[in-house]
Design a protein around this ligand. Structure first.
Ligand SMILES: Cc1cc2nc3c(=O)[nH]c(=O)nc-3n(C[C@H](O)[C@H](O)[C@H](O)COP(=O)(O)OP(=O)(O)OC[C@H]3O[C@@H](n4cnc5c(N)ncnc54)[C@H](O)[C@@H]3O)c2cc1C
Length: 337
């Protein structure tokens, strides 16, 4: 385990804001994780975990503790009841895993191509895109329980997955060290999602995990900002689920408002509200904007601060509330939480 001191959180997070972290421990094995926890205990330091920092808003005051930067490598394949089990170190980059699975012609992860971040963070918010979620293929999660220092294993059901939710959000004492996925050698393309259905209609090859992954990456490149040019954490807010009555009433005012019924009500695309109800596409305050091509995505320019991002997000949420009565929630998590 190597420890660095006084590291800017803006260099560890894709929103590129935040003060300095007092210590950052790079953990390449689960023993490194245990050692870093021991270091924190012996020095009476608070600790926290980061992957690639693509879903967090780090505070301007920095962090006076030790950050465990999970970088555990490795992908191993084993046969499992006619399917294939890939066991993956929590520090592996998510899209590296998606490409690796596609190269082995394994189905199941291809719709999740191009999502930034690490494999270890993927179950935390049950990442999802293009009609797929990590819970669809996840077999088990291995984690170190910081309250005992011991390893625990969670089955898919025990992870308590929901829309951008899991038990790991509520139990920060669980540090994920590896995740296994049950993938199929003979899957079928899942191309019902609008952008993929359009690509299929235009003649794009969507016949293999590799070609679907490439198509998804191409769609994402058109939709999301370039991480090398601006700061962003992707979609800043969750798409809200509202009651059927609230949906019916809004639909009268905005007949084009899409709605997707689920067990809790009707999920509505927040991007539609930001764009067509509030006209906020490209809306800017100081160094923070809603991305021109996808208003659910918040972007920062050089010089932005976490306080500025926070105030901007509050102002957007307030406008949504005033116009529609909908209380929106952030997808991006405050760091430290
Ligand atoms: C351009 C862009 C597009 C995106 N598109 C999508 C999308 O389509 N779908 C989607 O779901 N998300 C999307 N995201 C969000 C992000 O990619 C995911 O949430 C990703 O899983 C975060 O991974 P990370 O390693 O960067 O996690 P971090 O941001 O480092 O951490 C996120 C949270 O998980 C915790 N955590 C991290 N690693 C571990 C671990 N090993 N054990 C326990 N807790 C841990 C952290 O403490 C933190 O609370 C996007 C982000 C960006 C920037």
């Amino acid at each position: 385990m190597s420890i660095q001191e006084n590291v800017p959180l803006s260099s560890l997070t894709t929103l590129r804001v935040g003060g300095r972290a007092r210590f950052v421990a790079e953990c390449r094995t689960k023993e490194d994780v245990q050692e870093a926890l021991l270091y924190a205990r012996e020095h009476s330091l608070p600790w926290s975990v980061l992957g690639e920092g693509s879903n967090v808003l780090a505070g301007d005051n920095g962090y006076q503790g030790i950050i465990l930067l999970v970088r555990i490598p490795g992908i191993t394949e084993t046969a499992h009841n006619g399917a294939v089990l890939l066991s993956v170190g929590a520090g592996v980059n998510w899209d590296t895993l998606v490409r690796d699975a596609a190269a082995r012609t394994l189905w199941g992860l291809e719709n999740l191509a191009g999502i930034p971040g690490t494999v270890g963070a993927a179950p935390v918010q049950n990442i999802g895109a293009y009609g797929a979620e990590v819970k669809d293929t996840l077999h088990e999660v291995h984690a170190i329980d910081a309250s005992t220092g011991k390893e625990r294993i969670f089955t898919n059901t025990e992870c308590a997955f929901g829309y951008r939710e899991s038990r790991f959000k509520k139990e920060p004492n669980l540090i994920i060290t590896s995740v296994s996925f049950l993938l199929s050698k003979d899957g079928t393309p899942q191309v019902g999602y609008k952008d993929l259905a359009n690509a299929l209609a235009e003649g794009v090859d969507l016949s293999s995990p590799e070609s679907i992954g490439d198509a998804v990456r191409a769609i994402r490149t058109r939709k999301f900002p370039d991480l090398t040019q601006v700061g962003t954490a992707g979609s800043f807010f969750k798409n809200p689920t509202i009651s059927e009555e609230a949906y019916t009433s809004l639909k009268k005012r905005y007949p084009d408002l899409p709605g997707f019924p689920n067990e809790h009500g009707v999920k509505v695309p927040l991007a539609f509200i930001l764009d067509h109800v509030l006209n906020l596409r490209g809306y800017t305050e100081g160094n923070v904007s809603l991305f021109e091509r996808q208003p659910l995505v918040l972007v920062t320019q050089d010089g932005a601060t976490a306080d500025e991002v926070d105030a901007f997000a509050h102002s957007v949420a307030e406008r949504v509330m005033r116009a529609t009565g909908i209380k929106i929630e952030r997808e991006v998590r405050n760091f430290p939480s």
